[in-house]
Design a binder for this molecule. Sequence first.
Ligand SMILES: Nc1ncnc2c1ncn2[C@@H]1O[C@H](COP(=O)(O)OP(=O)(O)OP(=O)(O)O)[C@@H](O)[C@H]1O
Ligand code: SF4
Ligand SMILES: [Mg+2]
Length: 476
Amino acid sequence: MSLLELDGVKVHFPVKKGVLFDRTVGHVYAVDGVSLSVEAGQTYGLVGESGCGKTTLGRAILRLVDITEGDVVLDGTNLAELPGEEMRGMRRRLQMVFQDPLGSLDPRQNIESILSEGMAAHGIGADREERRTRIREILAKVGLPTGALSRYPHEFSGGQRQRIGIARALVLEPDVIICDEPVSALDVSIQAQVINLLEELQEQMGLTYVVIAHDLAVVRHISDVIGVMYLGGLVEEGPSDTLYAEPLHPYTKALMSAVPIPDPAVEDTRERILLTGDLPSPSKPPTGCRFHTRCPWKQDTLCATERPELKDAGNGHKVACHYAAEIAAGTVRQTVPGAVRPPEAETAPAEVPAPAKPADDGRTADPGGRAGRAAEPGKTAEPGGTAGTGGTGGKSAESAESAETAQGGGTAGTGTTPEAGGTPEAGDAVQADEAADADEATDAGEAPKTGEAPKTGEAAETVEAAEAAESAVTKD
Ligand SMILES: Nc1ncnc2c1ncn2[C@@H]1O[C@H](COP(=O)(O)OP(=O)(O)OP(=O)(O)O)[C@@H](O)[C@H]1O
Ligand code: SF4
Ligand SMILES: [Mg+2]
């Protein structure tokens, strides 16, 4: 049995309307029947474009959102059925690292207090001294100086804050760490350092990860198995190398074809697949195969009427497409002219078709928001790209408020947050020599930008909102 097993997990958020009577007028099918297994000591990478339900699935594993249907089994215990009290105990074993390191750290607590809080709540360490010793060990492991103990989150750079977020998870000695877009708020130069750190820690401590990203390049090297999500469901899953060598689902092919290859010879000779249109609204998912409204190979039979199951195509490589074998063999025709560009067409600059009519659940109300960006596969898969670093454009108007309160941790709700990875305010509070200290142990590239003024009020506001959910993870 795998360490973590999900079976048919669904998370449907009710859409409410009305002032006096809260009527449920529909549902957002954020996660709609996901089954997957994560082996101990391995990394499961979950990719998909903005709004496809990755964060919601991560939160469902921790039961930070209500699971509508399905099982989440950790080491033989079905978390979906666990009473609240027992679930709080189990939370120590499942930790989450958030996308926005600043928004998920309380600006009023110093690092020792942030890290020891969860330890005390879960009875780790006999007393303060023992906890402090353990925290020092973990800080060293994540590459932060022990002097960091008495400092505050704003005194660190974005990369250092993400290390603090990782340390906060590690002090609780979890079995599984869910890293939700752990590097997308960081500069490209810092992203590799944090990914490498996660890999080193996994080797040293035998950790198990679920790494969520919209960027295939981020999960490629760190993952043993990759699952590709589209509109609430997995469309393909397989060992990382196999999936990269031979993507079977048209959606994965499109994502993959947009990842630039550093070798110009290879880059010039490969096929491009351009998807038209936005991700449809998860409150009105298309019938049949959810990808049929954008699929270049959509066929007249089955595609629009029957939802394909995720089936093993051999060697643990699974795909949910009625025609995957025929597409691989080249025996079905493409039905969207120009969507698949053969290598020779690449000599002329590729023209990305204009997005189709926006989805109607408010997701595209913000044209610069994540829903707008996600429509272009090139951006979705841009390595090191920060598309979707936290706009809230993806939430439906009715649900935005509750979503923000529940999410808190800053996975998506950076609307009022100072720019992730940006600076604290503490220009003032940080002495140049202190900053230098902190950097000695990490990388010069991560130096806090002390010149930029922080907006303490704003940060506090965001984190306060974040606390409710955060505390569920750290204190429970
Ligand atoms: N609490 C909520 N209430 C209602 N709808 C929600 C809630 N949380 C998320 N959603 C909706 O569920 C869908 C999936 O959201 P989710 O945040 O899981 O996507 P994601 O894949 O993590 O996207 P991103 O890459 O932008 O972080 C979106 O349409 C979102 O608007
Ligand atoms: S089932 Fe049909 S629409 Fe869906 S991915 Fe396969 S070919 Fe495309
Ligand atoms: Mg997310």
